[in-house]
Design a binder for this molecule. Structure first.
Ligand code: RB5
Length: 149
């Protein structure tokens, strides 16, 4: 499994913990920045990770900012991205099972590191259930196509 990860300065510390956690499990993680706590713009990171997931270079993405909100909004503008902001483990498995989410977004200022790592593991271990959910995801794609230029 290949994971693309990125954060702005507001998610930098949590990103480092997640990388250590995933590498400890032997999971291949590539860091798309930011590389320090110096202030930066979360849409730049969302675009970098979003494109890598959209073109299927990576299986999943993980994006972190202070709240997880800005970075998930930005990532969801990339064609084919379904980024889900999760602050609990129920949402983390439900969004894989029902929405086939391909990016997990987290807020470092919202969830503590222990819960964040449980959310990451839950998201990565859950499986898309297909069936009726395919029809709904196709309708999301239809919206994307309708508004793409
Ligand atoms: C940065 O201060 C903060 O605005 C950002 O990390 C994020 O929370 C935006 O949604």
């Amino acid at each position: 499994m290949k994971i693309a990860i990125g954060s702005d300065h507001g998610g930098f510390k949590l990103k480092s913990e997640i990388i250590k956690h995933l590498e400890g499990k032997g999971i291949d993680v590539k860091d798309f920045g930011t590389y320090s706590e110096e202030s930066c713009d979360y849409p730049d990171i969302a675009l970098a990770v979003g494109e890598k997931v959209s073109n299927k270079d990576f299986d999943f993405g993980i994006l972190i900012c202070g709240t997880g909100i800005g970075i998930s909004i930005a990532a969801n503008k990339v064609k084919g991205v379904r980024a889900a902001l999760c602050s609990d483990t129920f949402s983390a498995h439900a969004t894989r099972e029902h929405n086939n989410a391909n990016i997990l977004a987290l807020g470092e200022r919202v969830v503590g590191p222990g819960l964040a790592l449980d959310i990451v593991d839950t998201f990565l271990n859950a499986k898309f259930q297909g069936d009726r959910h395919i029809r709904r995801i196709n309708k999301i794609t239809d919206i994307e196509i309708k508004y793409s230029k």
